[in-house]
Design a protein around this ligand. Structure first.
Ligand code: ZN
Length: 309
């Protein structure tokens, strides 16, 4: 927080789930054409060596922040694949592997304990998880997962892949029960500069005012959408801001019968292209910059000279 307060920029890691997948780890356990399962959660116990290797590779190319592989290590997401009772084992392993990787390769790096809302199946995706499940249910889900990550010695909590203002407020408050700094990752922002379903960034900033929040990051969005949305976030939010966009999902996460053409497929964004875009994010005031789905160590290596100057 001191470094960010001084205006320093920090290089974040790239994708974990899709990178585990590229290296042969199973991230589609229990998934169906309609439902993505628990994504990379199960890899923490089934292929911990792959998870560790991904973290270590990011640190070796200069990442100063790792996000633990705990995206969907929550009870609700693991229940349908018969692992609901073991959610804490998966979350704990995710935190431990990230912290151990950091300790062995780059002790001055930071580990953010990442966790996503369960994205419950609902008739209308515009309805927030907090509205569908109830705020109390979502709060408890985030708070218990954040507690396990804290025990695993992560440095900060990062509720990420949050798509609604209501969910963001619940996630931040639940994460803050750990007493650790809380960063927030907002998913799928748009080329119009809004949140996924049209909610305005200034509204988000207003809802977060006075909440214990250390920074807001635009994540898992297409690079151009992040570029379109970042200036508005910079204007609306007082604290540190950042970005870690994706370079596409398909065909990594096949879902709802979408073909590569219909799904987000920007896998043509090379590491060099990504770094060129990052120049604009630096100019717009981003202090934490990394990558999400589809990015790998080559993207983070390319970002380093841009982010660290
Ligand atoms: Zn992503």
């Amino acid at each position: 927080m001191k470094r960010l307060g001084r205006g320093e920029r920090l290089l974040m890691d790239g994708a974990t789930g899709s990178e585990i997948q590229k290296r042969g780890g199973d991230v589609l356990k229990g998934s169906t054409p309609e439902w993505l399962g628990a994504w990379s959660a199960t890899a923490n116990l089934e292929s911990p060596d792959i998870v560790r290797a991904v973290h270590e590779d990011y640190l070796r190319v200069g990442a100063e922040i790792l996000i633990s592989n705990s995206f969907w290590t929550n009870r609700l997401r693991l229940e349908p694949i018969g692992q609901g009772d073991r959610w804490a084992d998966y979350a704990s392993a995710a935190g431990r592997i990230a912290v151990e990787s950091r300790d062995s390769v780059k002790p001055d790096a930071y580990v953010f304990g990442g966790m996503a809302p369960p994205c419950a199946e609902k008739p209308d995706w515009k309805v927030p998880d907090a509205g569908f499940l109830g705020e109390r249910v979502l709060f408890d889900l985030f708070a218990e997962e954040a507690g396990v990550l804290k025990k695993a010695r992560v440095d900060a909590i990062l509720p990420e892949y949050v798509g609604h203002i209501q969910d963001a407020v619940v996630a931040v408050e639940a994460s803050a029960t750990t007493g650790l700094p809380v960063f927030l990752g907002i998913r799928h922002v748009t080329n119009e500069g809004t949140m996924q379903y049209g909610e305005a960034i200034p509204e988000l900033a207003r809802a977060l005012k006075g909440k214990p929040i250390a920074g807001v990051l635009l994540m898992c969005s297409q690079p151009d959408a992040a570029t379109a949305t970042l200036p508005g976030l910079r204007r609306a939010f007082d604290g540190p801001v950042g970005v870690y966009p994706n370079v596409g999902y398909m065909p990594l996460a096949p879902l709802r019968g979408k073909t590569v053409k219909e799904g987000i497929n920007t896998l043509g964004v090379s590491a060099g292209d990504f770094a060129v875009r990052a120049r604009a994010w630096v100019d717009m005031g981003a202090q934490i910059i990394g990558g999400c789905c589809g990015t790998g160590p080559e993207h983070i290596a390319a970002l380093k000279p841009v982010v660290k100057g």
